[in-house]
Design a protein around this ligand. Structure first.
Ligand code: C2E
Ligand code: CA
Ligand code: CA
Length: 462
């Protein structure tokens, strides 16, 4: 095992969680003893802070292009090969370089403090030539082809995941090239003029804070008829007047490597909204949405802590909605980030519950206080027995675990009364209000409070 080359930051965290074995396999590739993707992400964000000014931080993605002799080998023998290959790669690196095993046939290599991008290209050549000069590996008749791609920082993004993705894109191109090596360029992603325009407009929208907005949708406590929270939902109207849906905005943000810029914008907006609500005398919890990549960002908890402290907002006034399917992957890293957010006093909620693959038992493992039942089930709770069964099961389990339940997508009084009888505590949906801009939300709130004589009345803002 190459345990000696595991950097300190990738060693195991304490095992007090009782998930020692899971965490071990999560962080370290069992066959080679090398740290995996989560370690690379953590190390890269640290190295980005520490890299010497004017020097280049390089990332290489190195893969074996599988051929018939590899496909014919047993799992055991593939593992022996991987151990041997890992040792050879390590022997070609400098002491400060780091290596990670990110799949059965792919490694990541991080090269800090390079003099220039030319040094990164030289490193690729050095590795390729060093490895192809090997006499033979674990009984292979001939050496398989290698492909190496590189990406470098500083670049446009500042995002470790984006940097790794860029190196992997370059590696994909290297597989088809005669040299077997390629450096990343944005052209590899075939950016069209449209996308170029989109990128610039999105960047301006984030920096100048124009066009992009968070709309608010009320979340109601059913028993008290009160609005106790609001979910912040992303809206973007382009200069052309076209409205872009949230999934498309997020997809563009990720593709353009602007996730970290976006997260800063999102937190800034969320804190400003809380301040303005407080000014209007509205004291509610503000829910914001997080995506998969956000939970791989180990700096996010600190970022949130800073924003809250700067604006003197109580942590329990912010709730983070996290989609269920995203939580299962990379579990140890994700658990660390979740636990740190929980320690800050933020409320955590599982979004879209029931649509992912996780079994219900995993609810117990997560430090969350709330489950949001997906509108796919809520919408059919009156018409479909199956949907009703699912909502019942989730609600009962959540109640037993002392978690709150929110039914989303409540569009009618019938649905509201059904989910109430099934034991849901909170409801959200067009029946109360569509997501609306902040001033409209404040109007809605004032109207609702004034009219709240007992019955819910349906509102449907813009
Ligand atoms: P989500 O978190 O499940 O948000 C609820 C979605 O259901 C919203 O769609 C909301 O407008 C819609 N909705 C609410 N009530 C009803 C109803 O009664 N009937 C129907 N048919 N729909 C209802 P929206 O705003 O288009 O957002 C879509 C998704 O985009 C969200 O799903 C969320 O996953 C993501 N998203 C939105 N804003 C953000 C953000 O700031 N960050 C991240 N990471 N994701 C976001
Ligand atoms: Ca949500
Ligand atoms: Ca949802």
């Amino acid at each position: 095992m190459l345990t000696g080359s595991i950097p300190a930051s990738s060693t195991l965290a304490d095992d007090s969680s009782g998930h020692f074995m899971i965490r071990l396999a999560d962080r370290v590739d069992v066959a080679t003893g090398l740290p995996r993707m989560a370690g690379a992400l953590a190390d890269l964000s640290q190295l980005m802070r520490e890299n010497q000014a004017g020097r280049v931080l390089g990332v290489l993605a190195l893969a074996v292009v599988p051929d018939s002799q590899l496909f014919r080998r047993s799992a055991d023998s593939v593992n022996k090969l991987r151990i041997e290959a890992s040792r050879h790669i390590s022997s070609l690196l400098r002491a400060q370089d780091r290596i990670y095993a990110i799949s059965q046939r792919e490694w990541l290599i991080v090269l800090p403090n390079l003099i220039s991008s030319a040094a990164l290209t030289l490193a690729m050549i050095h590795l390729r030539d060093g490895l192809t000069a090997l006499d033979g590996l674990e009984g292979l008749t001939h050496l398989p082809r290698l492909a190496i791609g590189s990406a470098q920082w500083p670049d446009e993004s500042n995002d470790p995941l984006f940097l790794i993705q860029s190196a992997r894109i370059a590696r994909h191109f290297a597989e088809q090239s005669s040299t077997g090596i390629q450096s990343y360029t944005p052209e590899m992603e075939g950016e069209t003029e449209d996308e170029h325009g989109l990128r610039n407009e999105l960047r301006l929208a984030l920096h100048l804070n124009s066009g992009l907005a968070l709309y608010l949708q009320p979340q109601m406590e059913i028993a008290s008829n009160q609005c106790t929270g609001a979910e912040a939902l992303l809206r973007w109207q382009r200069n052309s007047g076209e409205w872009i849906t949230p999934p498309r905005i997020l997809e563009a943000i990720d593709r353009l490597g602007m996730r970290q810029v976006f997260n800063r914008w999102l937190l800034q907006q969320a804190t400003q909204i809380q301040l303005q609500l407080a000014n209007a005398g509205i004291n509610i919890v503000l829910a914001i949405n997080l995506s998969a990549n956000d939970l791989l960002d180990i700096e996010l908890p600190d970022l949130i802590a800073q924003s809250l402290a700067t604006w003197e907002i109580e942590p329990e006034k912010i709730l983070l909605e996290i989609t269920e399917t995203l939580m299962v992957e990379e579990s140890s890293q994700v658990m660390d980030v979740l636990n740190r957010m929980r320690e800050l006093g933020l409320r955590l909620s599982i979004d879209d519950f029931g649509t992912g693959y996780a079994g219900m038992s995993y609810l117990q493992r997560l430090p969350v206080q709330e489950v949001k039942i997906d509108r796919m089930f809520v919408g059919e709770v009156v018409s479909s027995d199956k949907a009703r069964e699912i909502v019942t099961a989730v609600t009962q389990l959540a109640n037993r675990l002392k978690m709150d339940t929110v039914a989303e997508g409540v569009e009618s009084a019938e649905v509201l009364s059904m989910i109430t009888s099934l034991g849901c505590r909170f409801a959200q949906g067009y029946f109360f209000s569509k997501p609306v801009a902040l001033p409209d939300f404040i109007d809605w709130w004032n109207n609702y409070s004034a009219n709240q004589a007992g019955n819910f009345s349906a509102h449907s803002g813009g």
